[in-house]
Write a protein that binds this ligand. Sequence first.
Ligand SMILES: Cc1ncc(COP(=O)(O)O)c(C=O)c1O
Length: 403
Amino acid sequence: MAELRAFTHGLMPQTTPAIMQAFCEDWAERGVDAWNGVPDRWDIGHQTSWWTLPEDLGDRWISPLLSAAPGTCVLQPNVHWTVAALLSCDEPFDGRTGVVLSEAEFPSVRHNVRQWAGLREINMHEVAASGADVDVEAMLDAITDDTAWVFVSHVGFASGAKLPDAAIRALADRAHARGALLCVDGYHATGSVDVDVNALGADVYVGGLLKEASGSSGNSYLYVRPGLDLRPRLSGWFADADPFGFNAAPEPHPRVRRRFLAGTTAVASMYHAVEGLRVLLGPGLDAVRQDSLDKTGYAIERIDALLAPEAAGASGVHLRSPREAERRGAMIVLAMPDADKMCAWLKTRGVYTDSRRGEVLRFAPFVWNTQEDIDRCVDAIAEALETGAHLRYEAPTEAGPVT
Ligand SMILES: Cc1ncc(COP(=O)(O)O)c(C=O)c1O
């Protein structure tokens, strides 16, 4: 099997069943008192509890991924919730209305801003992307004294392109010069790239662990730079300064990151959150990144040979993700007609990729893949392009829409 979809849902770590068994034990043995204390299953280094886990995991496991200071990171259910909570904060909109984003943003940002534009006075400035790439110059130009927020992806979900640190820093510097805040969506960087939120100048960084980091759903996170006093209006009683006072009006928690909690935290997902990180942080993210670059580099060489002018059936196919190492994320994106059919046909060969809008085929040879996996994938693509087998293949109808 060539599982090449690290960027959609990483492989399940071998230790995951045991940690989920630990959840069952804590529930069975501690019951409601698990909210007050559970054994430290996450190498946090001190007593933890279901109540404090979102922050404890933030300090122990998310901070090192982002070179972030303690007290700045917190687990979240998904990026959509986090961005909604960010946009519900009044402070950045004090005397301002502008939100600048690239049209290459994922819907959890893009749709959120559009929805919020109907709820509060927001002047949404969606900057056209060149191809699926962020147009940094145009974004810089769009930031004005009216801008409250700038949103940008660290690695584009449709382009696979990693924005250079200097470009993010330039956006941060421009945003700050105009009194605005920068939020970076690092979903596709998390676990595959060593991130330094201070060097990037990010005020807020969001992402999730379910892709390269091999967590599963419910394992998203938020970083808020120290000293940034945000008070989300979308905030739940778990985020209250006095949750068991059951007061008439909410009172923001003194710790900013905790204000981004909502109602009762979904704790089961926090058990499987960091098993993948244990694997990746063993050798370290620099080694993971080098391995990823070696493998994507090899895959690109094979693709270049496949797309040589004389290759049969390869018209309309080209590498959409960047070729230069420093611009690459972990995924390779191939633009091709009928990419959805190619993806479905590859599955019949035991090669797991994905497609988006039938326009691009995406795959990511990651730490668990071998050179043979890459060869099998490229060989199968070559065969399909030459014979057109994928165009004749009728994929069985499945219940869900996920590709
Ligand atoms: C760039 C980016 N942001 C966010 C998400 C996920 O958002 P959410 O946690 O709201 O599902 C994805 C998922 O693929 C993504 O690619």
